[in-house]
Design a binder for this molecule. Structure first.
Ligand code: CAA
Length: 381
């Protein structure tokens, strides 16, 4: 593993940092306060090539690697975790499975506009009664003539209210369990698709999520992604990659907590000196910085392995497990450093605290990451 970023990786990181600092950060508090989908920032991310970073250029992407993707995700999420997750869902959960499992025609029709940011995607796996237990799908897909007819409800679908296209998971054969799950590419304007009220959330309030109701939705065979019964593997392998994106998002939130804490501690004075000169605060800052570096190494290792086409599921789960914990600790300690000012919305720390929590829940809870890691260990991985 090479610790020196390539020229391309550095260029993406620099572009992402400038975009995040100059265009995203000034709006982050307002996006959170207003629960506003940052459409203008999504448009800018499309222009910068951030919505399909690791997709080959021939399919509308930037043709870069997953290390570049992780670096860019950290920068954008450092400024605004909501904008970060909009980016990660489109890259990891929508473009990636269409690239890996889609037919040539599907790549031309759907991947190209998604990776170039002309369309925005969502990923609908979770249901009211199937979150961690992803194989317990109740949404049905029934073959009727040449078409599939789909009925059911999806829950907490990030980008749901603003997406044009959905990578959708259905159960076509309940008796077959996870081997009865089939994936589809669903245009959100298809008759019978209804998007629920946007969820009213603790954090990442600029990221719109909702239920999606599917009522006799009719799709042709051309919309099936992968094979009949192959959907669970599409979902699981997609989430392996998604976890790199969420680890990088968590890293961005943790870095925001550290950088804001450091700046505050250098100007806030108690007992005759800046609080950054008190050992109690120095220890907190040192721990935050050390843990963030460790989380970054885990995240970049998983991305590097994905780029090297080596197994990376265990490493991605480790990265997400650790980075999400680091983000939550950093935000908690950040509030402590800010004291009363950490508890009010005038300062950014309470937003980091609220935003950090979701990284321990979506794309597999921390408990699920431990199950995935333990599963690999038991198989000698
Ligand atoms: N890649 C490919 N195949 C995989 C795989 C992977 N990573 N993991 C498992 N599989 C395959 C297995 O090989 C097995 O196949 P065979 O039957 O052919 O051997 C099959 O899938 C079933 O495997 P398991 O028995 O391990 O499956 P399980 O039902 O016990 O579930 C689980 C395993 C890890 C708990 C899984 O259900 C899981 O990851 N749950 C969490 C779901 C999740 O992350 N949801 C997030 C929703 S999306 C989201 O959050 C998006 C957002 O808003 C931002």
């Amino acid at each position: 593993m090479n610790f020196t970023p390539t020229e391309d990786q550095l260029a993406v990181q620099t572009t992402a940092r400038e975009f995040a600092t100059n265009e995203v950060l000034p709006k982050a508090a307002e996006i959170d306060r207003e629960h506003r989908h940052p459409a203008e920032l999504v448009k800018r991310m499309a222009e910068l090539g951030f919505l399909g970073i690791a997709v080959p250029e021939e399919y509308g992407g930037s043709g870069l690697d997953h290390v570049s993707y992780a670096l860019a995700m950290e920068e954008v999420s450092r400024a605004c975790a909501s904008t970060g997750v909009i980016m990660s869902v489109n890259n990891s959960l929508v473009c990636d499975p269409i690239y890996r499992f889609g037919s040539e025609a599907q790549k031309r029709e759907w991947l190209t506009p998604l990776a170039s940011g002309k369309l925005l995607g969502c990923f609908a796996l979770s249901e009211p009664e199937a979150g961690s237990d992803a194989a317990a799908q109740k949404t049905t897909a029934e073959k009727q003539g040449d078409d599939w007819v789909i009925n059911g409800t999806k829950n907490w679908i990030t980008n749901g209210p603003v997406a044009d296209v959905c990578v959708l998971f259905t159960m076509n054969d309940k008796a077959a369990g996870h081997k009865g799950i089939t994936a589809f590419i669903l245009p959100m304007k298809t008759k019978g698709v209804r998007v629920g009220q946007a969820d009213d959330k603790l954090g990442i309030r600029g990221s719109k999520s909702s239920q999606i109701f599917l009522d006799d939705v009719r799709l042709s065979e051309a919309h099936m992604l992968g094979t009949v019964g192959g959907g669970f593997k599409v979902a699981m392998s997609t989430l392996d990659g998604g976890r790199i994106g969420i680890a990088a998002q968590a890293l961005g939130i943790a870095r925001a907590a550290l950088e804001d804490s450091l700046a505050y501690a250098q100007q806030r004075r108690t007992f005759g000196k800046p609080i950054a000169q008190h050992q109690a605060i120095q220890f907190k800052l040192a721990d935050m910085a050390t843990e963030i570096d460790a989380a970054r190494l885990l995240t970049l290792r998983a991305a590097y392995l994905k780029d090297a086409k080596q197994p990376y599921g265990k490493e991605a789960a480790m990265a997400k497990l650790f980075a999400s914990d680091v983000a939550n600790k950093a935000a908690r300690e950040g509030i402590q450093i800010f004291g009363g000012n950490g508890y009010v919305t005038e300062y950014p720390m309470e937003r980091h605290f609220r935003d950090a929590k979701i990284t321990e829940i979506y794309e597999g809870t921390s408990e699920i990451q431990r199950l995935v890691i333990a599963g690999h260990l038991s198989k000698g991985g």
